[in-house]
Design a protein around this ligand. Structure first.
Ligand SMILES: [Zn+2]
Length: 135
């Protein structure tokens, strides 16, 4: 939970966009954390995450989407650092992004690190996932 006026300021200050996403987020009192090609990921003051898939209705995020939005909100806005998922002692720095949450691709562009890291910068072995091996 972040102070109400502090969150409202973030909402008001979010970058104006040619796309209707930015205006809609402001209208709803939510903060656009990041956009992808067909989705806009938004944070409500309660910490709930919503996805605007540009189909006229807000969707609930998947687990991975929710974790990515919380990690990105924490990385981008110091006021929201408490949203970063807690790193367990046994966690290891993500080998894909080396802890940065982003992966450099061609032309100097960077993309968000996907599951199981979800841009947290660390991964654990105690969850089933693509990197998990039984035995
Ligand atoms: Zn990573």
């Amino acid at each position: 939970m972040v102070a109400e006026d502090s969150f409202a300021r973030l909402v008001a200050d979010q970058a104006a966009s040619d796309h209707s996403w930015g205006a809609r987020a402001r209208q709803w009192g939510m903060l656009t954390v990041f956009n992808q090609l067909w989705e806009s990921y938004m944070l409500a003051p309660s910490g709930d995450v919503f996805v605007d898939r540009d189909d006229g209705a807000l969707s609930r995020p998947s687990h991975d989407e929710r974790e990515t939005v919380h990690a990105q909100a924490a990385r981008r806005h110091p006021q929201l650092h408490h949203l970063m998922p807690h790193r367990p002692p046994a966690a290891q720095t993500c080998p894909s992004c080396n802890g940065s949450g982003e992966i450099a691709i061609a032309d100097g562009r960077r993309i968000l690190c996907g599951p199981p890291c979800n841009t947290k910068g660390w991964v654990t072995d105690d969850v089933s996932g693509p990197h998990h091996r039984a035995g």
